[in-house]
Design a protein around this ligand. Structure first.
Ligand SMILES: Cc1cc2nc3c(=O)[nH]c(=O)nc-3n(C[C@H](O)[C@H](O)[C@H](O)COP(=O)(O)OP(=O)(O)OC[C@H]3O[C@@H](n4cnc5c(N)ncnc54)[C@H](O)[C@@H]3O)c2cc1C
Length: 477
């Protein structure tokens, strides 16, 4: 740890939030040093369990005065290290800011605090016949603040889009402690710069959300859930393109490869047929008549594309059991070996078969066990290496494999992250995706908003020059 840390920070934090809300025990520091990312840990100096959003602005002012770092944290389910502390950091836990402040049925909006659990909002709005589509696989635990900070996707991204498509307004505490609001309940708003989209997906590095105004839509009246098995992942991927080519946009098109199916079956005993090479989980929703037609089309296309087995859920219980196969995939894979490294390479949907070939080739080349699942409709794959961090040789091979996979995704017009963000773990790869001017523009935005680098530093961007500065030999970009 650096020598910059000033012990009076603890008293100053207690003065703002109350002494009982400031945690400093070694056990707490250890626990809050993690998020959901494998092999990333760093203990903070203190944790503040925030009970009132009004505490955040004074803490940011203190951070600038007393030179400590602030790490916003929701549920800590992030998969790129975004809420893992750095040196001299104070973690702000935002989960107690968990009120749904308003549901406006005339304007179809919900005003929420950032610590509301994603599924809590789903349950609340669905009880009123409304729908909040963003549906990350972690929705039982993740917070809406974390979802906005990561621009989270989920199982309904293909038809309904991502978190950014449902944020109409946000209240943000800036790194200097000023508070801004961007957006409103208007369907149209062309006044000034659209600042909210600068903050959505900024991974807690540009500001801390203290309120969000979210867009709701009517809940689809009907839904049908289906599972199709294929001989291999390539066949499943081709079926996805064929379904969409027939002008059906399912709400959900998720896939599991054979390794993932085997792990899911061993864990959850759902009755999956693990002799097949790949499984597609497909859901269509909307008006009952349209849903019936679309389910017919999906079934026909899957058969034309070589599906070896197909089943349509008879009722809600069976639909939930089918969907569980996808929802438990990460947990099931994580039981197999001590270290589970999950990635997020994403390609345009039409390039999915090639990307699957690249992942399988990398696993063979580096002699690694990989289970791949993900959001097939979004071209978003989660190749998950089952490994052991104590085996340094194997970890080095995993890193090589990821580098080649990311390069492959970029060659296919894709991205190093579809939904988990850059955080710390993918910082080095960002320079493979963006040119120098783009990266320095991002750094300049951070520098302007946070000149003392107090808010979640060391995430997203490797240190480097600012926009317009001269290129220096050997400087990391
Ligand atoms: C089993 C599993 C399944 C998952 N499935 C998906 C999926 O389908 N789609 C998907 O996109 N992701 C998924 N994730 C990743 C993760 O759950 C999401 O990124 C989620 O949005 C993180 O929310 P959180 O509350 O846990 O945030 P945290 O992990 O606590 O924080 C994530 C980032 O947001 C910042 N942050 C948190 N709250 C705020 C705030 N109020 N203001 C500003 N910054 C803030 C943090 O600093 C950090 O950088 C999954 C993770 C797991 C473990």
């Amino acid at each position: 740890m650096s020598s910059r840390w000033r012990p009076e920070v603890i008293d100053a934090l207690a003065g703002v939030a109350g002494a009982q809300q400031v945690l400093t025990s070694p056990e707490d520091m250890y626990v809050y040093g993690y998020d959901g990312t494998a092999m990333v840990h760093h203990s903070p100096r203190a944790v503040v369990d925030i009970t009132d959003a009004a505490q955040i602005a004074p803490i940011m002012r203190l951070a600038n005065e007393l030179d400590f770092k602030v790490i916003p944290r929701g549920a800590g389910s992030g998969l790129s290290g975004g809420s893992v502390p750095v040196d001299d950091a104070v973690v702000l836990v935002l989960t107690r800011l968990n009120r749904i402040l308003e549901i406006d049925e005339a304007n179809l909006t919900a005003m929420v605090e950032p610590g509301v659990i994603t599924q809590t909002l789903h349950t609340e709005v669905e009880s009123r016949g409304l729908f909040y589509p963003p549906d990350p696989g972690s929705g039982k635990v993740s917070t809406l603040g974390g979802n906005i900070a990561e621009n989270s996707g989920g199982l309904r991204g293909l038809k309904y889009g991502l978190t950014k498509d449902y944020v109409m307004g946000i209240e943000v505490v800036l790194p200097n402690g000023e508070v801004i609001w961007s957006g409103n309940k208007c369907v149209k708003d062309a006044a000034g710069y659209d600042l909210k989209h600068l903050f959505i997906g900024s991974e807690g590095t540009l500001g801390i959300f203290t309120k969000a105004l979210l867009k709701l839509i009517p809940k689809p009246a009907a839904k049908k859930t289906m599972v199709a098995y294929f001989a291999n992942m390539r066949g499943a991927a081709e079926a996805v393109s064929a379904i969409i080519a027939r002008r059906v946009i399912p709400a959900t098109v998720e896939f599991l490869d054979q390794v993932t199916m085997e792990c899911v079956e061993a864990y959850a005993k759902l009755g999956l047929n693990t002799s097949y090479g790949a499984l597609l989980l497909i859901e269509v929703d909307g008006h009952p008549g349209q849903v019936a037609d679309e389910a017919e089309t999906v079934m026909a296309v899957c058969r034309e594309c070589g599906a070896l087995e197909f089943s349509l859920a008879k009722d809600e219980a069976e639909a939930l059991r089918m969907a569980a196969a996808r929802r438990v995939a990460f947990t099931a894979l994580a039981r197999v070996k001590p270290t589970t490294i999950l990635e997020d390479a994403t390609v345009p949907r039409s390039a999915l078969p090639e990307m699957i070939d690249i992942i399988e080739a990398c696993a063979r080349k580096y002699n690694l066990r990989v289970g791949t699942f993900g959001h097939a409709g979004d071209g978003n794959l989660h190749p998950t290496f089952l490994t052991d961090e104590r085996d340094h040789d194997e970890i080095a091979r995993v890193e090589q494999a990821f580098t080649e996979m990311f390069d492959g995704a970029l060659r296919l017009g894709g991205t190093i992250s579809g939904e988990h963000g850059t955080g710390t773990v993918k910082m080095p790869f960002l320079a493979r995706q963006y040119n120098d001017a783009t990266l320095t523009m991002m750094r300049t935005i951070k520098q302007v908003l946070d000149p003392r680098d107090v808010l979640n530093p060391g995430k997203v961007l490797l240190p480097g020059r600012r926009f317009g500065e001269r290129v220096m030999e050997g400087m990391p970009v």
